[in-house]
Write a protein that binds this ligand. Structure first.
Ligand code: PEP
Length: 248
């Protein structure tokens, strides 16, 4: 049985009070696609206002600190995200792995902290263009995944996003064969790690997903949804991607 697809938007550092109307438009339109899980991961400071504005729609964070509380200036704990109304969070996005030098170990701890308070987790992995061109994409992503997967008995609530760094915000995407190979590899690692339950972990593709390429990407085996950056900012761009996930 195919898994229910998840289409999640990553608003990155975009969104102020006046953008709540766009979130409401997206949430209202998403109601027509009950066969798809739809979510928006917004800046931490917008979570509470967004969650109040769209009851019943999934609002998430884009990062979380691994510690429960303490002297971590400027950081947000999993309990804080949850308390603000988030139901999920991204961890290990390549922009954070690069700019904040987040290690696999740290990403793993973040995923564990988020799952522990009941947040769903979208854990990102992906290779650079240099590694792809060297032919090292599969071993490198496999190593990243192995180092970042949470040590939990059940992976319920966990999703993986395969996001080649060179495809993020560039308009370039891997070939169907390249996506299929990576998703199949990720699925097999998930089964090795979590047993049968690894078959139920959704594997999203992320990187320049748009209405024009979404249907082709969603048709690939083991693509259980998408993490969408730029095209998630406007309902007019995002909802056609949700429609494609639904086969419409
Ligand atoms: C992202 O940043 O997670 C992403 C996939 O961005 P974009 O869709 O803009 O490539």
């Amino acid at each position: 049985m195919p898994l229910k697809k998840l289409v999640a938007g990553n608003w990155k550092m975009h969104g102020v009070s006046s953008d709540i109307a766009e979130i409401q438009e997206i949430a209202a339109a998403a109601k027509d696609y009950s066969d798809i899980d739809v979510a928006l991961c917004v800046p931490a400071i917008l979570i509470e206002r967004a969650a109040r504005a769209v009851p019943g729609f999934s609002i998430g964070g884009q990062d979380v600190h691994h510690a429960e509380k303490g002297a971590h200036t400027g950081c947000t704990s999993a309990a804080m995200l949850h308390d603000a109304g988030a139901s999920l969070t991204i961890v290990g996005h390549s922009e954070r792995r690069e700019a904040q030098r987040e290690s696999d170990e740290e990403v793993k701890a973040k995923a564990e902290a988020a799952l522990a308070v009941g947040l769903q987790v979208i854990l990102c992995v992906g290779e650079s263009l240099e590694l792809r061109e060297k032919g090292d994409a599969v071993p490198v992503v496999t190593e990243q995944l192995d180092g970042s997967l949470p040590a939990v008995e059940s992976p319920a609530g966990l999703a993986i996003a395969y996001e080649p760094i060179w495809a993020i915000g560039t308009g370039k995407i891997p070939t169907v064969a390249e996506i299929a190979e990576m998703h199949e590899t990720i699925r097999s690692r998930l089964r090795q790690r979590y047993g049968e339950a690894g078959g139920g972990v959704r594997i999203l593709y992320g990187g320049s997903v748009k209405a024009s390429n979404a249907a082709e990407i969603f048709a690939i085996r083991d693509v259980d949804g998408a993490l969408v950056g730029g095209a998630s900012l406007k309902a007019a761009d995002f909802i056609p991607i949700v429609a494609a996930a639904s086969g419409r």
